[in-house]
Design a protein around this ligand. Structure first.
Ligand code: UDP
Ligand code: MG
Length: 305
């Protein structure tokens, strides 16, 4: 029997903790450890985990000093997991513990990384659906590493994969990209994600946008080439236009041409700003990397040495 670590990042999920623990008890009786990463919650989350951990030493907690975000919280959990199989999942019951036995079975068959894919998510807003699918179309068109749509952060893997993930020292973490970058023997399980039972999503539109940008700039240089490409095409067009204007001038039929002028100025200005903004994103992420700040800071832990 393998030792199984479950890692659950939670940010203000007070109502979900006990129902989740109840389900874990039903579907996976012999867990080695359940590590909650309290990502700077401001509600009762920590004290609920605390009382749970008092009764059952398998329940552990890493409490971060503030909200560091889902990706960093996951990293905190993974750096502290000591099991042979590791499962990461959300703490809001949208990742059904009933799926865990199927994941473990695959790992036992020799699969290194089991990823899960949402068939459908109950209750998801049309806005989130559209923005998410646009994001995946976009990222896959520019990125060399394929990031599959609807893949969730509910995954199971062995220590070999864990050690690989821990080698990534980047500060702008985009774990979904990293998990598909590393390779290894991978299997996919599909599931229907239920609606969120308690609380509301902690991924605001702003946070999703940030994640999307992170995924873009940390997995591809192609956007930079797009800027170069558009720039060259426009320069070429401007050059041809210059020749055209010269010819027209010598033929004596020059026109007032205010419209063409303003269009050219605005178009050039726009694409320049776009390209500069893009450069700015890459420079910003260089800046983040070069500061080498810690991904998270731990305030206190329970049942962890
Ligand atoms: N989460 C976190 N830190 C954050 C945001 C979210 O630890 O800054 C946790 C959250 O508590 C949940 C998981 O990450 O357990 C997924 O978040 P959520 O369910 O809000 O995202 P959604 O399912 O809506 O994409
Ligand atoms: Mg959720």
């Amino acid at each position: 029997l393998k030792l199984i670590s479950i890692i659950i990042p939670v940010y203000n999920e007070a109502e979900s903790i006990l129902p989740l623990q109840h389900q874990l008890d039903i579907y996976c009786k012999d867990l080695y450890e359940i590590i909650f990463v309290d990502d700077g919650s401001t509600d009762e989350t920590f004290s609920i985990i605390h009382s749970l951990a008092k009764k059952d030493p398998r329940y552990k907690c890493i409490s971060l000093s503030r909200n560091f975000g889902h990706q960093n919280a996951l990293m905190a959990g993974m750096e502290n997991a000591s099991g042979e199989y590791i499962i990461i999942m959300d703490g809001d019951l949208q990742h059904p513990p009933a799926l865990i036995p199927a994941i473990l079975e695959k790992l036992d068959e020799g699969i290194d990384l089991v990823i899960t894919k949402r068939n459908k998510t109950a209750d998801i807003s049309a806005f989130k659906k559209i923005t998410a699918s646009l994001f995946y179309i976009f990222i896959n068109s520019i990125s060399d590493t394929k990031v599959e749509a609807n893949v969730s952060d509910f995954k199971g893997f062995n220590r070999k994969v864990l050690q690989s993930i821990l080698q990534f020292k980047e500060k702008d973490l985009f774990l979904r990209g990293i998990f598909s970058w590393i390779g290894f023997k991978t299997a996919t399980i599909e599931f229907d994600a239920p609606a969120r039972q308690f609380g509301k999503t902690k991924y605001s539109f702003g946070k999703m946008l940030k994640l999307a940008l992170k995924g873009t700039t940390s997995f591809s240089f192609k956007p930079l080439r797009v800027a170069l490409l558009i720039g060259s095409i426009i320069s070429l067009a401007a050059f041809s236009f210059g020749i055209f204007a010269l010819v027209a001038y010598f033929q004596g039929n020059t026109v007032p041409g205010w419209a063409s002028l303003i269009i050219a100025i605005m178009f050039l200005g726009g694409t320049q700003l776009l390209a500069i903004g893009l450069l700015g994103e890459y420079i910003a992420s260089l800046f983040t990397e070069s500061k080498k700040r810690p991904l998270y800071l731990i305030d206190k832990t329970i049942n962890l040495s």
